[in-house]
Design a protein around this ligand. Structure first.
Ligand code: DAH
Length: 342
């Protein structure tokens, strides 16, 4: 084999070589570029070659050197990553950065917390249909025929049957349960409700309520007040104060709205409480005897209280969320903030 053939054979050999680890790279470097390496010998042989071949052979020797260097540098790059993954040098106890985890929706977290508190007080969860008839949403709850809540503006009606509609509140489930059960009953009724409202930061056509109902002999307004105080202190903290303001609902008498004391420490406090320090969290009252009778419960023997709250509203208070629409947009930048809320 003359020198030219020898160099071409070397080039073929290098081309067929891939160096995986840093050990392999180092061995290759010594064998090819080292003091007693192949390139040294080739150079020596080149010097001996006849002058008329020098031009061509010189170019080939150069090519050989470049090929060996390239093989080393690309091998070194690959070896770096492989070395990092090498079992011997890998720290298996190092945290892996974690797979991205999902999180519970803030409305689910708050709904679960609210229900949990009421369950510990003896309330039992029941649910009812979202598509309801007029009786369970309005008539059975003492809504007069001309009540504005029945208006087309507020209620989604089912086209095919004007008696059917999307429930505008979970109070409809109270009626179903009073018809179905005999007192005593102590139930909590979560669910979705629908109102024909323009979607904005403060209103939506679909939202969630949680309704409570307690019927027994001798249930009084004091029981209602104590239940709600206890609930607010469990949910918002042990020092929470509440106040009851007289209000009106067709199905309760007397009726009240309940505020929690939020404070006036920050500008945000002032803004969201409109300067009063108090925030409304729910509506409540003593079930109107006419409502008990309409569902077949003897109002001389039994009395009861009811309350209903908006889950979005309470969630917005708890997490200081300014825009109701965020709950329904499924934007991960919003939802990821609740990772910690198991
Ligand atoms: N259903 C009422 C609403 O949607 C809330 C409510 C008020 C429910 C008083 C009650 C209650 O059970 O007693 O605005």
């Amino acid at each position: 084999m003359d020198l030219k053939e020898q160099i071409l054979a070397y080039l073929g050999q290098i081309e067929a070589t891939t160096l995986a680890t840093s050990d392999e790279v180092e061995q290759f470097r010594i064998a090819w570029l080292g003091r007693k390496g192949i390139l040294k010998d080739t150079m020596a042989a080149f010097k001996e070659a006849p002058n008329e071949q020098k031009r061509e052979l010189g170019q080939l020797v150069n090519q050989l050197k470049k090929a060996a260097e390239l093989c080393i540098s690309s091998g070194a790059q690959g070896a770096e990553t492989i070395d990092q993954e090498d079992n011997a040098s890998h720290d298996w106890t190092r945290p892996d950065g974690g797979a991205p985890l999902g999180a519970h929706h803030p409305l689910s977290v708050v709904r679960r917390d609210i229900i949990g508190i009421l369950e510990r007080m003896g309330f039992v969860v029941t649910e009812g249909p979202e598509i309801e008839d007029d009786w369970h949403v309005f008539s059975g709850l003492n809504f007069p025929a001309e009540h504005p809540a029945r208006d087309m503006q507020d209620t989604f009606f089912v086209d095919r049957d004007p008696d059917m509609l999307l429930r505008t509140h979970t109070s409809s489930v109270q009626v179903r349960e009073m018809e179905r059960r005999d007192p005593p009953m102590r139930i909590v009724m979560p669910g979705r409700v629908f109102r024909n409202e323009a979607i904005s930061a403060r209103a939506h056509c679909m939202f969630h309520q949680i309704e409570g109902l307690y019927i027994d002999e001798g249930v009084s307004f004091a029981d209602l007040k104590q239940t709600l105080l206890r609930f607010a202190q469990e949910f918002f903290g042990p020092d929470t104060k509440i106040r009851l303001r007289p209000s009106y609902f067709p199905f309760t008498e007397p009726s009240a709205e309940v505020d929690v004391y939020w404070g006036l420490k920050t500008e945000v406090d002032k803004r969201i409480t409109k300067g009063t320090g108090w925030l409304e969290i729910l509506g409540c009252g003593m079930v109107d005897p006419a409502v008990l009778e309409a569902s077949g419960i003897d109002s001389r023997k039994y009395s009861g209280f009811a309350f209903g709250m908006g889950v979005e509203r309470i969630t917005m208070l708890k997490y200081q969320i300014g825009d109701l629409r965020a709950f329904f947009e499924s934007d991960l930048r919003f939802l990821d903030q609740f990772q910690g809320e198991y």
